[in-house]
Design a protein around this ligand. Structure first.
Ligand code: HEC
Ligand code: HEC
Ligand code: HEC
Ligand code: HEC
Ligand code: HEC
Ligand code: HEC
Ligand code: HEC
Length: 294
């Protein structure tokens, strides 16, 4: 669909690569300055730097798009010294509205998700919060998915933001302690460009643009759908499979008491053993030191 759209845009003279590059250069004359920022009316500031080299390598520039394909109607004369938007979120939201004109399916799905229902709510992500638009890379590579513990964690470990919605902030820590999280961290640090993923990331269980509340009947992680979600990778997993897993829960006397008891046992046992070992070595040293005396 999209691939057919660009030749049309090109015909209209909107996205002809040669023209695009010239137009981009005019924008980058100001925005290519790494130190460029603008003050927000409500306090604070936003960086206005766009790295031309990274932009050229981005998926959109590779498709022949230029700055004004997204920032429509923007001419260099906009530099009045005052931002047209009051907050960072408003800037992101305004600029992300254009995404729907090409990625209509994604935008439609997203609008129905738990994140997309209220785009004016600054607690919720818009497209550019997850996609670094000026250097969007190929999402089919594992790289973006591998970043999700950090990306989602930006908000989901933020106590102030999550409290309002009654959502737990230990979802990232519990994920990282799980074998899926460990393997993902390992791959992110070791082989980020490998296309196949070695473990499950946040979006493998929750979805990407279609994330629902966990008690929504359409959620991929609600009890009725959970086994199917696991079976995408754990082929032939039996019905009890999800129950044998801790999910985002930490072991406690109420949740997984056996796991909790074993953990407590080790917590006492390991210091006891190590202490005993050190004491024994110490006594041996002491004894042999005393023996040597005539
Ligand atoms: C003469 C320097 C200059 C040039 C050239 C320039 N800009 Fe800007 N731009 C600014 C300044 C300064 C701001 C901060 C807000 C303001 O002063 O209006 C800004 C703000 C922006 C913003 C964010 C805020 C908003 O109001 O939406 C976008 C997006 C933007 N410019 C895109 C572009 C594009 C695209 C081009 C090329 C067509 C371009 N700029 C060319 C100086 C420039
Ligand atoms: C694929 C669409 C797209 C293209 C192409 C694009 N931008 Fe943007 N731009 C956005 C979005 C979305 C934002 C909001 C980013 C955010 O939330 O931080 C943005 C934000 C900005 C800002 C505000 C500072 C910031 O990074 O948030 C400036 C300045 C800007 N763009 C300039 C440019 C220039 C110059 C080019 C061409 C070299 C360009 N843009 C190409 C979509 C695009
Ligand atoms: C003028 C049309 C157009 C606009 C506007 C646009 N895109 Fe794209 N986008 C494309 C095309 C064409 C591709 C490459 C298509 C492909 O490979 O499937 C693409 C690719 C992408 C990809 C990578 C897809 C992949 O398969 O790896 C992401 C992510 C993306 N766009 C996000 C955005 C976001 C976020 C915005 C809004 C800031 C946006 N796009 C605005 C046309 C557009
Ligand atoms: C909460 C984070 C998040 C938000 C918000 C988000 N995306 Fe994505 N998006 C992702 C991730 C992660 C992937 C990679 C999926 C994968 O693992 O293959 C992706 C993939 C994509 C792709 C390529 C694959 C596909 O599904 O076609 C496009 C295009 C895209 N996003 C566009 C958008 C647009 C447009 C918006 C706003 C309406 C948006 N995204 C909002 C996280 C997000
Ligand atoms: C292997 C599957 C799986 C992975 C991976 C996973 N989750 Fe979950 N997640 C679940 C399940 C199942 C639930 C429902 C837990 C319950 O209610 O018992 C859940 C619940 C949640 C909730 C709701 C918590 C609440 O308080 O209501 C959030 C938010 C969440 N996950 C975010 C994340 C994030 C962020 C990541 C990545 C860091 C992630 N999840 C990784 C399966 C997963
Ligand atoms: C910009 C902040 C932000 C980002 C980034 C973000 N979320 Fe959220 N998320 C929220 C907020 C706020 C809610 C609560 C929305 C509501 O209940 O109306 C939410 C809700 C959820 C829920 C539903 C929890 C419930 O109530 O059952 C899940 C699951 C979830 N997010 C997973 C993710 C995953 C996975 C990612 C990364 C791909 C992610 N989120 C990225 C802010 C964010
Ligand atoms: C995207 C694929 C994917 C999904 C979806 C997925 N897993 Fe996994 N899981 C893996 C891979 C790969 C491993 C082995 C490597 C590792 O430990 O991460 C694994 C390992 C495990 C392990 C550790 C024991 C073992 O066999 O090594 C458990 C337990 C587990 N998964 C439970 C689940 C449950 C429960 C679900 C559904 C809620 C689920 N997984 C969903 C890919 C996935």
């Amino acid at each position: 669909m999209l691939r057919h759209l660009l030749p049309v845009l090109a015909l209209l003279g909107v996205a002809a690569p040669a023209l695009a590059a010239d137009g981009d250069a005019a924008c980058l004359e100001c925005h290519g300055d790494p130190a460029m920022t603008a003050d927000l009316p409500g306090g604070g500031s936003v960086p206005l730097f766009v790295d031309g080299k990274q932009f050229q390598a981005s998926v959109h520039a590779q498709q022949g798009m230029s700055c004004t394909d997204c920032h429509a109607g923007m001419t260099p004369e906009h530099a009045t010294g005052e931002l047209s938007v009051p907050t960072r979120h408003a800037l992101s939201k305004k600029s992300s509205e254009v995404c729907a004109s090409c990625h209509d399916q994604v935008a439609e799905t997203f609008a129905k998700s738990v994140h997309g229902r209220a785009p004016e709510n600054p607690d919720l992500p818009v497209c550019s919060e997850c996609h670094d638009v000026h250097r969007t890379v190929d999402t089919a590579a594992a790289r973006l998915a591998l970043q999700t513990p950090l990306l989602c964690g930006n908000c989901h470990t933020d106590e102030g933001r999550m409290k309002k919605y009654g959502i737990s902030t230990n979802v990232v820590d519990t994920y990282l302690a799980d074998s899926h999280g460990m393997v993902t961290t390992f791959q992110r640090d070791g082989a980020p460009d490998q296309r196949a993923r070695l473990g499950a990331t946040c979006t493998d269980c929750h979805g990407v643009h279609d994330i629902r509340k966990t008690d929504d009947p359409g959620s991929r992680v609600i009890a009725a759908n959970l086994l199917q979600t696991c079976q995408r990778c754990h082929e032939g997993a039996p019905p009890m499979f999800p129950q044998a897993w801790l999910s985002h829960w930490e072991p406690s006397p109420n949740r997984a008491p056996a796991v909790w008891a074993v953990l407590q046992f080790y917590r006492v046992m390991i210091p006891f053993m190590m202490g005993g070992l050190l004491l024994q070595i110490g006594l041996h040293v002491w004894r042999s030191a005393r023996k040597k005396k005539p």
